[in-house]
Design a protein around this ligand. Sequence first.
Ligand SMILES: [Zn+2]
Length: 259
Amino acid sequence: MSVIDLRRLTSTARQQALRVVLIGPPGAGKGTQAATLKERYGLAHISTGDMLREEVRRQSPLGSQAKALMAAGKLVPDVLILQMMAQRFQQPDVSRGFLLDGFPRSRAQGEALVAMLAAHNQPLHTVVQLDLQDEEIVRRLCLRRSCPACGRVYHLQSNPPAQAGLCDADGSALVHREDDNEATIRTRLAVFHEQTEPVIEYFRSIGLLQRVDASRPIAHVEHLVERMVQGALTRTSPLRSSRRLTISKFRSLGRAARG
Ligand SMILES: [Zn+2]
């Protein structure tokens, strides 16, 4: 392979569309990390929470089913979420790479996602788990405010907006989400432990999971996430997979020769 070929392949790797899942309990900072990754890699940010809230706002049939469940801190059934996601994946913006936030939330959703992406020959590069203790989550969420327009998330103590009550990006009035009160948070955490931990275990078992301690300062977590994502992209670059292909080709040739 010539030097020029190599250079072309490495530059392709740099522009490669990143496909990543951010997973973790509510309040672990998924929204904040998602905003950073989205900007850096030009990704479509697919947040099932935001999509569902939009359905509720539009009073669609899905929205009205989802509304009562969400207000109680419960999960929307897999079949509804998967229908919504199958439609979302048909939008053209997903071809430049995407970040999934709040999906998959159960092992069934995780397996369906992996199968769907494999069918489109667009496997995930990595799954980043933001890990945080329940007590720290409760403390964080009660002081959380978010922007209904752009989805940016603030924290009254650790990450307040420049102007009280207003989004830094677009000046919208920040809201305290209905599901960010302590009783609902406890229910959401119980649901997380019961439903979402098995999908984390699933991603670990297929070698896609990387874990980050989300109790560290935001900038540090950002740095760790960036390194993990970059590492995953490099490991699966076309250069590397073509090398792997060559090795497996050699092996099969060797087997053929021995047989
Ligand atoms: Zn905003």
